[in-house]
Every structure is written in structure tokens, then in C-alpha cells.
Design a protein around this ligand. Structure first.
Ligand code: PRP
Length: 215
């Protein structure tokens, strides 16, 4: 196998969790397959069928950071994560159309009462602040890291802002969708400096991702 120098090597950061399987399917359609033995263990840096391309498997929130600092030239990450990201140094050239869902306000009441100061539980602090500020509403944010659906049920918050895909989790916990904030899907991101230094390789890959993107 040819050994790639840092100059030729492309690292793609991808999110663990729900996005992972769909990302691997998409990469397979670009003829980038993870080496089987790397998939079996707990390796976080995975070799692929293309010697010049390796994958970095990390928490979704870390993907933009790795790409910002150029440790990974490319990243595959949800728009929900990018909406929370305040760093710079990245382009977002392709909507990959995978892992589609919606960022929504949800609660136990179909209507939110505008008169009181709402308590909103979420891990999407920035998007939530922007959403309610645009409506001229001041809200009290309660930062949670998961299982947000519990918060209105147990009286911790009036409503939540969270991702909704099938709606099953809301339904199972007696919540209803109230407001749509944004359509979410995975995006391809690229380090700006790498676009200059590894221009030809990255442009070719970006074109391939565009062709493979789900409509
Ligand atoms: C996400 C999201 C909802 C659920 C929505 O949680 O936070 O809880 O999926 O999916 P559904 O509409 O198809 O039921 P995830 O499983 O990613 O874990 P989390 O609680 O850590 O966010």
C-alpha cells in the first residue's frame, strides 16, 4: 500500500451516533469504504479503501472545531451543530441531504403563552435564543445535554427546543410539536486554508459529494 505524506492525505471528520451509518453509506457511494477491521474495534481514526483518505470519528459538536483548525480538511456534520458553532475558518459547500430532521419547539400545550417568561430546556442554546429573540420574546434557557423531552413532563421547563425526526420520542412522552425552527440535514464542511493548499483534491471530492448528495 502506498504511504501518503501529510501533503496528500485528506482527513474527513464524521460524527458519531445517528449520522455515522448514513455518512458511511454516502462515502461508500464515493467508493470510500472503511477498512473492515477498523470498523470492528474502538478505533477513532479509520483507514479507508483509498490510501489518501482517512476518517476521524468524533462527537458531532467537535467536528467543526477539527475542521476549523485544519486537523481534518473535511467534515460531515448536522446543520444543528453548525448553527451552534461560533468559530470560523470553514466553508459549507454541500447539503448532503442525509440525517434529515427538524429543529422544533415542543411542549405539552399546543400553544405557548406569550405573556409569561417561558422556561425553555435545550442543548441548542444559540438557535433557541435567536428564535425567541426574533419573536421579541425573552426566555429563560435551561441547558440540558439530552433527553430533553423529560423537562416539560417533570415541570423543569415550559417547552423544549430539540430535533424531531419521526416524532416518536415526542409522542411517547406526551409532547406535541409547536413551532418549526429549521430544517436540518448533514452538511459537508471544508477548511478554508486547505481549500487553497489542497485545492485540486478537495475540489474533486466536493464535486463527488455534490453528485452523491441525497435530493
Ligand atoms: C434525538 C432528539 C430526540 C429524538 C428525535 O435524540 O434529541 O430525542 O432523537 O427523534 P424522533 O423524532 O425520531 O423520535 P438522540 O437519540 O439523538 O439523543 P439525545 O437525547 O442525546 O439528543
Amino acid at each position: 500500500m502506498t504511504t501518503q505524506t501529510g501533503k496528500d492525505l485528506i482527513t474527513i471528520a464524521i460524527s458519531k451516533g445517528r449520522v455515522f451509518e448514513e455518512s458511511l453509506d454516502l462515502l461508500a457511494s464515493l467508493n470510500i469504504q472503511v477498512v473492515e477491521k477498523d470498523l470492528e474495534g474502538r478505533k477513532l481514526l479509520l483507514s479507508t479503501s483509498q490510501p489518501g483518505i482517512r476518517l476521524l470519528v468524533i462527537r458531532s459538536k467537535d467536528v467543526p472545531t477539527y475542521v476549523q483548525y485544519g486537523v481534518a480538511e473535511l467534515g460531515i456534520v448536522g446543520k444543528d451543530v453548525l448553527m451552534e458553532f461560533t468559530g470560523g475558518g470553514i466553508y459549507e459547500p454541500v447539503d448532503l441531504g442525509i440525517a434529515k430532521c427538524r429543529l422544533m419547539v415542543a411542549g405539552m400545550e399546543p400553544q405557548l403563552q406569550n405573556s409569561t417568561r417561558l422556561r425553555v430546556a435545550t442543548k441548542y442554546v444559540r438557535s433557541t435564543q435567536q428564535h425567541f429573540a426574533a419573536k421579541g420574546l425573552q426566555v429563560e434557557l435551561i441547558k440540558l445535554y439530552g433527553s430533553m423531552e423529560l423537562a416539560p413532563v417533570l415541570g423543569l421547563a415550559d417547552c423544549i427546543v430539540d430535533l424531531v425526526a419521526t416524532g416518536n420520542t415526542l409522542k411517547a412522552n406526551g409532547l406535541t410539536p409547536i413551532e418549526h425552527i429549521a430544517d436540518i440535514s448533514c452538511r459537508l464542511i471544508v477548511n478554508k486554508a486547505a481549500m487553497k493548499i489542497k485545492s485540486a483534491t478537495l475540489r474533486r471530492l466536493i464535486e463527488q459529494f455534490k453528485l452523491a448528495a441525497k435530493g
